[in-house]
Design a binder for this molecule. Structure first.
Ligand SMILES: [Mg+2]
Length: 179
């Protein structure tokens, strides 16, 4: 995959950065476990992308299972672990809402537009969305991004697929495609 430093990387969290909890949520740092190879992958990707942003649906907040402060604490520890290995995430966006029609809930475009408002230099035609659901793929495709599907939780989805440009086993395999 040919990119230059002007490109932006959008990352989903659960099932990409950390193990997704089946039928549940990551509610504390104890429950947060990095997917294999994510830390070296982020070290490499940090050198290649000028912006790396996380876009994550966190219905557990709307459901009252986790507070915004609790999520912040998990993310602070996550970012510490990432930067200790030379990686970087520049900004985290999350949608706390339960309602699927919430404008910020993927696949709706709210978090993409928020990122663009915060970083006006983002060019969606020079952006890659990495996620493990069709919702992530649609979120990226609707903005004209390149999409990368990680089959961590949905290994049976067919590929090739109109919403998926690439399919990688995990973030490490994706990072190896970025020269
Ligand atoms: Mg996910």
């Amino acid at each position: 995959m040919q990119i230059d430093a002007s490109w932006t990387l959008f990352l989903d969290r659960d099932g990409v950065i950390n193990n997704e909890i089946k039928d549940g949520y990551v509610l504390s740092w104890d429950m947060f476990h990095f997917e294999e190879g994510v830390l070296p992958a982020l070290n490499h990707l940090a050198k290649k992308f000028s912006r790396i942003v996380l876009v994550t649906n966190q219905r557990c907040i709307g459901r009252g299972l986790l507070t915004a402060e609790g999520l912040q604490e998990i993310h602070t520890r996550m970012l510490e672990a990432i930067s200790a290995k030379g990686g970087r995430i520049d900004r985290i966006y999350y949608c706390p809402d339960i309602d699927s029609n919430s404008p910020c809930r993927k696949p709706n475009d709210g978090m993409a537009l928020q990122a663009k408002a915060d970083f006006p230099e983002i060019d969606f035609s020079k952006a890659i969305m990495v996620g493990n659901t069709l919702s992530d793929m649609k979120f990226g495709k609707d903005q004209g991004m390149t999409t990368v599907f990680i089959p961590s939780t949905k290994p049976d989805l067919p590929f090739p697929h109109p919403q998926m440009d690439y399919r990688c086993k995990g973030l490490l395999e994706f990072s190896e495609l970025i020269q």
